[in-house]
Ligand binder design. Sequence first.
Ligand code: MLT
Length: 393
Amino acid sequence: MVKLNKSLKQLSSGYLFQEVEKISLSINKKIKLINLGIGDINKPISKFFITHICKAAKTLQYEKTKRGYCNSQGENNLRRIIKKYCYKNLNISEDEIFISSGTKRDISSIQELFSKDAKIAICDPSYPVYLDSNIIAGRKNISLLKCLEKNNFLPLIPKKSYDLIYLCSPNNPTGVAFTKKELKKWVDYALKNKSVILFDGAYESFITDKNIIRSIYEIEKAKKVAIEFRSFSKMAGFTSLRLSYLIIPKSLKIENYSLSNLWKRLLDTKFGSVSYPIQQGGLAVYSKEGRAEVKKLISYYMTNASILRKGLEKLNFKTFGGKNSPYIWCKTLNNLSSWDFFNLILKNTNIITIPGRGFGKCGENFIRFSAFANITDIKLALKRLKKFLKNSF
Ligand code: MLT
């Protein structure tokens, strides 16, 4: 008789964001629900990008311009333009860039490159995909690095040696981000311990502060120890289209095997390429007009984040993040548990947030607000919260 993959039994019963959605849909629908929960885009995709995607799709119908399977590593022109605009002066070559269909897929699959007994360190709190994907893979050597308020939610350099370390900056969920000096300590740690850093930069485009590091490769020798992940989802509003990329430097080797060659091997077998029209949409993102569209979009969400953060602070919430990130990490009131506080807010104000506990034990007593909403809803949410808090706290 066939047996179940028993690792699946170790997973929590539902994926955090789906659980929150399920609870939220059970709420009184007479009052409009305001979704400040999952970080999903609120604005439609720019017409400019859609035009490029459609144009590319149309070329596939003609004999002269038809295409078959594409390069599993991604279109040359897209990799070239990413190198030009995102890795200028960082000495990253096109063949170290891998186009993909979403950071979720990349960051959950990357562990397949490493041995089953690799010692893994994941921040607590963190994006649930890191932990879930390692549990699904049946990995046992997983440790959580506490990210506490007293350390500005950054993980401390461990005394123990870990093989794989997941770091995310600007961080999801806390919104805090590494300075170059702070991240350098991790690169030094990885060099010393022969570890690999999996650097999730999905929110890089939201960085406004000059002290915050955008790419881990700004740090000398990071190419020997780090893989970097980036996404078009939040940057260009591509959550429904699925487009991302990762960098695996050629100098990153284990037992003399090049990880980038092995990743290419894995892609060829398991994934194939991202849809050609979507990649051409990605190319349009880096054109002059595309970059202007992205700037406008980011500025819109970051204005929202600022209004939301300041509004929450006025209501006496202790907040973190929201400055280089679209997420605001917020302490619950009266020391309520994060699920209790999430439910209280949901039931009384019809505002969806994400309970911090869903990102790990150290997320207890926090909730996360997302600024991916329209400004009218953000202002309305603050009004509702004000009224509710005045009457109840
Ligand atoms: C989040 O809300 O943390 C993310 O948007 C979810 C995701 O990207 O999968």
